[in-house]
Design a protein around this ligand. Structure first.
Ligand code: ADP
Length: 476
């Protein structure tokens, strides 16, 4: 049985209270380990360590910080199987997806290592002949990072990579359900020789640790990935300290299939966008709009593909869809399906929890005759349910697609170039996939509009969220 500890100032430690929490495998509800259940006191110790290490880490040449990150990336790849196994064990995704998560985590570190040496400043022509003006970029300071359970490793890497590259130290609080992959990540960071205090890990009480990270003056920035509800709470308390925040929050992605789409490609895209990670990503399609003239053909192929999914333990060869994270999540998904049915939707396939399997499984589901009065049309499902909406015109579907408080990801399928440009320009989303259901890439800026967040992770400007600009005016 795994016994996971916290890591601060280069030491593995237990919670001051001695408390531990149990970690459950959602595929069979077995206890797979226990983790230190830290609180405010532990968070404070970690913050002190991050603050003490900040000056010397920031003072390293960018090239040296990049070398540490590249070494850590290599170690992630060398321990890919172990890391992927931990991810699957604690949150249930199929091993093939978990391996992909390890691979992209290493890439986040490498990309940011590359950007570390490019945080250029500017020389600005002055309007006074006797002045010289510069702007320089410096690390924002020690960072508090809070990550979710759906990508236990890559969300940590996506925050740690740019923060460390920019010269910030960090305190990471992973999700309560998934400390294992983070613990292994920190073991590898120690092996990579990253100096004590630069990376600190606190597991345990989300509210106590979160409150401490937000209220402590040494923490200069909060980077969060999680639900919009928690993100709003964090932004409110960040306001009390005027603390810099980056927020990657919920989504409600539309996926539009136009009549001129390559239908096979659109079906494959809908499958991967909707059912990857059992529907538990913030960029999963949550509304699938199909143009009426191709609806029957699309539905036939889509239903066939959904019914081919193999649900089970992600460690078993051949499993293509795992469980959802817990009982609460199962209940929420069932509520959305029942609510839709009570308002006129009908079930094409699935529709209920899977009673044959002992874990938290919901049957891959398609709903038709869905409309905007249903909860599923507004709220994130975070589960394997695909609601289908029919539409007639481009203008109508763009209005419907944009009718959301969220603005993270949107997808559409068409072969028409003019339409491609019109539609990607009109969609009010931070990420748009044109004939592409997997738009996540380390080299692309990831982030949302509206209530989906603030800031971007990855891409050519990936360090920006972790740098402050200082203006220097010199009279000569
Ligand atoms: P999800 O619905 O994906 O679990 P959450 O927003 O609840 O999303 O969780 C994302 C992260 O936020 C997790 O690390 C969780 O422990 C943390 N979290 C939850 N509530 C709070 C809180 N009040 N303060 C700080 N962090 C929190």
């Amino acid at each position: 049985m795994n016994q996971w500890s916290m890591y601060m100032n280069g030491q593995w430690v237990q919670a001051t209270s001695g408390e531990r929490s149990e970690i459950i495998n959602p595929a069979d509800r077995s206890v797979v380990g226990t983790a230190a259940y830290g609180g405010a006191v532990d968070a404070e110790r970690a913050i002190h360590a991050a603050a003490a290490a900040f000056k010397s880490w920031a003072a390293l040449a960018a090239k040296e910080r990049a070398a540490y990150l590249n070494r850590l990336a290599e170690l992630l790849e060398q321990h890919k199987e172990e890391l992927a196994g931990l991810i699957t064990l604690e949150m249930g995704k199929p091993l093939a997806e978990a391996r992909g998560e390890v691979a992209i985590s290493a890439e986040y570190l490498r990309w940011n290592a590359g950007e570390a040496v490019r945080s250029y400043g500017k020389v600005i022509p002055s309007s006074s002949a006797d002045k010289r003006l510069l702007s320089i970029r410096q690390p924002v300071g020690p960072v508090g990072a809070i990550t979710p359970w759906n990508f236990p490793l890559s969300m940590a890497a996506r925050k740690l990579g740019p923060a460390l590259a920019a010269g910030c130290t960090i305190v990471l609080k992973p999700a309560l359900q998934t400390p294992g992959a983070a613990v292994k990540f920190f073991e590898l960071a120690a092996l990579a020789g990253i100096p004590a205090g630069v990376m600190n890990l606190v597991t345990g009480d989300p509210k106590e640790i979160g409150d401490k990270l937000l209220s402590h003056p040494a923490i200069r920035k909060i980077t969060f990935t999680g639900s919009t509800a928690v993100g709003k709470l964090l932004m409110k308390s960040a306001a009390d300290h005027v603390k810099n925040v980056s927020m990657e929050l919920g989504g409600h992605a539309p996926l539009i299939v136009f009549e001129d789409a390559d239908l096979e490609q659109a079906v494959a895209g809908a499958m991967s966008s909707k059912f990857r990670n059992a529907g538990q990503t913030c960029i999963c399609a949550n509304r699938i709009y199909v143009q009426r003239s191709v609806a029957d053909r699309f539905m036939e192929q889509f239903k066939e593909a959904v019914e081919r999914l193999v649900a089970g333990d992600g460690r078993v060869e051949g499993t293509t869809i795992g469980p959802v994270i817990d009982e609460k999540s199962l209940r929420k998904i069932q509520f959305q399906v029942d609510d839709a049915i009570s308002k006129g939707a009908s079930v094409v396939t699935g529709g209920k929890r899977n009673e044959r399997l002992s874990g938290y499984f919901f049957e891959p589901t398609i709903l038709q005759d869905v409309n905007d009065t249903m909860t599923i049309s507004q709220e994130e499902t975070f589960g394997p349910v695909a609601p289908i909406y029919l539409f007639d015109t481009e203008e109508e579907v763009i209005n419907q697609a944009n009718h959301s408080v969220y603005g993270l990801a949107a997808y559409f399928y068409t072969k028409d170039l003019g339409r491609t440009i019109r539609v990607y320009e009109a969609l009010e989303y931070g990420i748009v996939g044109c004939n592409d259901a997997v738009p996540t890439a380390v080299e692309g800026p990831f982030g949302g509009l509206k209530e989906s967040g603030i800031g971007r992770e990855g891409g050519p400007d990936s360090l920006a969220d972790f740098l402050e600009t200082k203006f220097v005016s010199i009279r000569i």
